[in-house]
Design a protein around this ligand. Sequence first.
Ligand code: ADP
Length: 255
Amino acid sequence: MGIDIGSTTSKCVLLKNGKEIVGSALVQAGVGTDGPDEACRILLEKSDISEYQVDYRIATGYGRARWKKADEAISELSAHALGSYFLFPEARTVIDIGGQDAKVIALNEKGQLQNFVMNDKCAAGTGRFLDVMAGILKIQVSELENLAAQSLNPVSISNTCTVFAESEVISQLAAGSSVNDVVAGICVSVAGRVAALARRVGVKEQVCMSGGVAINGGVRKAMEQILGVKIFCSPFAQMTGALGAALYAYHKIKL
Ligand code: ADP
């Protein structure tokens, strides 16, 4: 079992024989909550498996050190590298945008981590930026993709600082910009910020995306345009870290 205890969500994946994903669960509560326990409970219940049948548990994510039920913990970088290689064996660049940080990881042809850059000092270029902006617009983050897709003239959000960008969004709305155009501008802002990180690592194809923000096609498409590459994304993108942790658990018990 792999569990990814993030800043906003807890994700859990159960793997059989290192190949078959038996089940997964996601709970909208992360580090410092009962989210991790709840995610495990739901996963085991859905999969009809008792906790005694789980051979090894690996935790990853921001809250990995605090979850006492884990046999071991691994870094998010290792977990996302392993999970991404499983989903996309041709991936050489992984762009992971979570609730609190963004990372770009370079992999070799064996899926081993070669290099990375990370932004964890600032909300800009993370899911937090999108969550704050969705809050101002009184919409759900799940609505951002559709609204951005309907934009005809995305506004430019020039401030990277979340607090200043918040005022900028309010000014744009006051000046008559449509919500669609503002949302598209917000997605471009996050994509631009993370694309700059990606360029520091060097963008090698295939490029794939992981983390919760990968679900947001508005950010994904903006990033494809900025970087000029196709970005592969699995419906399982938000579970990539938990999947990588489960793969690591399998390697440990196989030894
Ligand atoms: P963490 O591991 O830090 O909790 P995640 O990788 O789970 O972060 O990503 C959380 C982010 O994913 C949120 O901040 C949000 O912006 C984005 N997100 C989550 N669910 C959705 C969704 N249904 N549609 C669009 N974006 C989403």
